[in-house]
Design a protein around this ligand. Structure first.
Ligand SMILES: Cc1cc2nc3c(=O)[nH]c(=O)nc-3n(C[C@H](O)[C@H](O)[C@H](O)COP(=O)(O)OP(=O)(O)OC[C@H]3O[C@@H](n4cnc5c(N)ncnc54)[C@H](O)[C@@H]3O)c2cc1C
Length: 415
């Protein structure tokens, strides 16, 4: 099947996965495809910047990028609305503004829902850094903080069982590690560290269950040096004004509680019957829906994505785009899906730890490198994203990794 001007492509969600797809499909198919990008937001949110907003007080506007000019540059139409119902048989999407879109290919890239309500008391006493509402709210709370016990951690997320994924109790713990280290740094700077304790809880067997023993060892060393207590196998259920409650009934005093809530599938996926029992979209390793062959999912909404990481969203978007481009034009190769955990945990000041691990998926790479070069790499990455209007720089990541890892004798990862 050749791409024709009638090939209608609809992308639902302009986050990491959606924008990567937009750029990839535009590059390969323009002018033979009519691409529509749909998102209820006017701006795409660079979530990895939220810890900087919450902890360092950076302006939230720095991490919002308007979607209209991004779509214009890719010769796509942008519609600011939410997808409310997808009919895979009629191949239509009903939007919150009353429009109905017809598609030949549909890409589900609407991310997930953060279920703050699942933790009793969160709205009154809890804080988070997960989005552009919660991160500035946490920043305001920190400005008033005068010391005391701080409890922070990630809630348990439950996954569906339609596709095979490694066991993981949490959706994404990296940002919590970042916030923990940044908090320690800031409290020391403000002379409040002696008046404050920091306790990091995890529902998993260990903090960052998705990496191997080498990374754990390095992280534990850093947390011990910084006097951070780690509580394992603890699932938060409630937050009160001065304590938190875990599922086993134990409580812990807390003057400031910061959480990443459980993740849930988006309602449009549930209503449309396209998800597994938890509302995540089951696909094969080309990101194609298990039942509907012209629907693809990439990023957090895909049931395969464990943990929920932007890095995996990009890998999946590349695979989904390559699959459709091959189908339409019979050109290009479809990369194999080889997931890996990759993140750079900023720690405040000029320090950061780069983490790269695939042990959870049966690989042997398990690296944590701490230092200024990891921080420089994160800074370059953020700047590139900002100045290129939502382009993620895989080549830059590769170049950065080579410069950081050049002296280490490891198998070089595919990025
Ligand atoms: C605080 C924080 C820090 C993080 N740091 C890192 C990091 O350092 N490195 C890393 O790799 N990952 C990081 N992550 C994870 C990363 O941000 C996510 O994995 C990534 O954003 C997922 O991309 P996505 O495109 O699937 O979803 P998103 O980026 O969430 O984008 C989804 C888009 O879909 C839109 N949408 C929602 N509902 C609808 C609808 N019904 N119709 C149409 N559109 C809809 C949303 O408005 C949004 O624009 C972090 C996450 C958080 C919360």
């Amino acid at each position: 099947m050749a791409a024709t001007p009638q090939t209608r492509i609809v992308i639902l969600g302009g986050g990491f996965a959606g924008l990567r797809l937009l750029y990839r499909l535009h590059n390969a198919l323009h002018p033979h495809a009519d691409i529509v990008l749909v998102d209820p937001r006017a701006t795409t949110l660079q979530k990895p910047g939220m810890p900087d907003v919450a902890m360092a007080g950076k302006p939230v506007a720095q991490f919002r990028h308007p979607l209209q000019p991004i779509a214009d540059r890719a010769n796509a139409r942008f519609i600011q609305a939410a997808a409310q119902y997808i009919d895979p048989h009629k191949q239509t999407v009903a939007l919150s503004n009353g429009q109905v879109l017809h598609y030949d290919y549909l890409f589900l890239t609407m991310g997930i829902v953060k279920d703050y309500e699942a933790i009793e008391g969160f709205r009154n006493f809890g804080y988070s850094m997960c989005d552009d509402t919660e991160a500035p709210r946490l920043q305001e709370a920190l400005k008033k903080f005068k010391g005391g016990p701080i409890v922070l951690g990630t809630a348990k997320t439950h996954w569906g069982h339609t596709v095979q994924i490694p066991h993981l109790d949490v959706a994404c713990e990296g940002p919590m590690g970042e916030v923990t280290f940044m908090l320690d740094h800031d409290l020391r700077r403000l002379g409040l560290r002696d008046k404050s304790s920091i306790t990091l809880f995890t529902p998993g067997q260990d903090f960052l269950e998705d990496v191997g023993t080498t990374v754990h060892h390095i992280l534990h060393e850093r947390m011990t040096v910084k006097n951070i207590t780690v509580l394992r196998r603890q699932t938060i259920v409630a937050i009160a004004a001065d304590h938190v409650v875990f599922s086993d009934g134990t409580t812990l005093p807390s003057a400031l509680t910061i959480v990443i809530p459980p993740y849930a599938g988006p309602s449009v996926i549930k209503y449309s019957g396209l998800g597994d029992e938890k509302g995540f979209v089951p696909t094969d390793h080309t990101m194609r829906h298990l039942t509907h062959r012209n629907i693809f999912a990439a990023g957090d909404v895909n049931a395969l994505t464990i943990p929920k990481l932007g890095h995996l969203a990009i890998i999946q978007a590349d695979i989904a785009a390559a699959t459709v481009v091959k189908e339409l034009t019979n050109t290009g190769d479809v990369p194999l899906y080889k997931p890996e955990v990759f993140c750079i945990m900023y720690e405040g000041g000029s320090e950061a730890t780069l983490i790269l691990s695939d042990t959870m998926y049966g690989g042997q790479t398990d690296i944590a490198l701490h230092g200024v070069s990891a921080h420089l790499m994160k800074w370059s990455f953020d700047s590139y994203y900002f100045y290129s209007h939502g382009h993620l720089p895989p080549d830059l990541v590769q170049v950065g990794l080579e410069s950081v890892l050049g002296h280490v004798n490891i198998k070089r990862p595919r990025l």
